[in-house]
Design a protein around this ligand. Structure first.
Ligand code: PEP
Ligand code: MN
Length: 333
């Protein structure tokens, strides 16, 4: 349920109303805009007398929010959320260019790629240390040592880092990681989401292989319900009957999510297509569709990559993509 307050409501009046609502065992989420203030009521609102609430002097309107996601809902928070990582911002016109290898493989590899993508305009470095692989015999990532190397690359370039967590038992290793990624395969690992909600770290939440956008927003809600509102949603392609691409990139997700939610939305054209040749056109399309950022896999030697070489751009290819994305952003601004 949301209550829109009248312009001119004083802080004291609002505090009084909020404490009355809290007495009904509701959580109250306050969203202050330039003109209106919106109170988002979370919890069992069935006992709230909607007519009584509407009749209060300071209340303009009261509406029930029918969607099951509340804190992630744009009705609760009309303005775009901006996720801040040091001096990098994502959302509401701030664009994240996230680039780096699928997996951290060695110090030379991650430093070389980090330097190259930074020079081409990336503002966040990616690299997997814990890898969710379909086969247990495939490279599983460098784990803690991989995170150490990402921190070296962060030191060398100043780029904030994003890397995937698979199990909450490893959370301590992420203390200096800037953004924790929840991969597609863990999008509905609700215990993991709840624990990440108790941290203060920004979370990059990828859409599951076969999940609806409402399910993605419900997963964001799990994190937010524990107090962490710093979430970046990521469209990375979904399973369809099509086999020409690794997944099917659902670009309409960008607009649908922007309409439903205030959270920033980035697009990963690498996992969506599985083919390096398809990454540039889909990166351009995602930018034109209004994405708040891109996540692109880049490897200094894709032919020898331990994971996802076929979809990895070379630093040279990424340089061209990054510059063209910048030009598209200028055109659509
Ligand atoms: C990744 O980003 O490295 C990854 C495994 O992606 P996804 O979870 O989207 O498959
Ligand atoms: Mn990958």
């Amino acid at each position: 349920m949301i209550a829109v307050l009248k312009e001119g409501t004083t802080q004291a009046q609002m505090d009084h109303l909020v404490s009355w609502l809290k007495h009904m065992n509701l959580d109250v989420h306050i969203s202050k805009g330039a003109e209106v203030t919106i109170l988002g009521l979370i919890g069992d609102t069935s006992r709230v007398d909607i007519d009584l609430l509407k009749s209060l002097d300071m209340v303009e309107t009261v509406k029930r929010v029918s969607e099951p996601f509340k804190q992630a809902n744009r009705k609760f928070h009309p303005r775009d959320t901006i996720v801040e990582i040091g001096n990098v911002r994502i959302g509401s016109g701030y664009f994240a260019m996230i680039a780096g290898p699928c997996s951290v493989e060695s110090e030379e590899q991650i430093i070389e790629v980090a330097m190259a993508v930074k020079a081409s305009g990336a503002n966040i470095l990616r690299g997997g240390a814990f890898k969710p692989r379909t086969s247990p015999y495939a490279f599983q990532g460098m784990k803690g040592a991989g995170i150490e190397l990402l921190l070296e690359a962060k030191k060398a370039t100043g780029l904030p880092i994003v890397t995937e967590i698979m199990n909450i038992s490893t959370l301590d290793l992420f203390a200096d990681v800037d953004i924790i990624q929840v991969g597609a395969r863990n999008m509905q690992n609700f215990d993991l989401l709840k624990e990440l909600g108790k941290t203060k770290k920004p979370i990059l939440l990828k859409r599951g292989l076969a999940n609806t956008l409402q399910e993605l927003l419900m997963s964001a809600e799990y994190i937010m319900s524990e107090g962490n509102e710093q979430i970046i949603l990521c469209e990375r392609g979904i399973r369809t009957f099509e086999t020409a691409t690794r997944n099917t990139l659902d670009l309409s997700a960008v607009s649908v999510l922007h309409n439903l939610s205030h959270l920033p939305v980035v697009v990963d054209p690498s996992h969506a297509t599985g083919k390096a040749s398809l990454v540039p056109p889909m990166a351009y399309a995602a930018t034109a569709a209004g994405a708040d950022g891109l996540m692109i896999e880049v490897h200094n030697n894709p032919a020898c990559a331990l994971c996802d070489g076929a979809q990895s751009l070379t630093p040279h290819q990424f340089d061209e993509v990054s510059h063209r994305v910048q030009r598209i952003r200028e055109v659509i601004a």
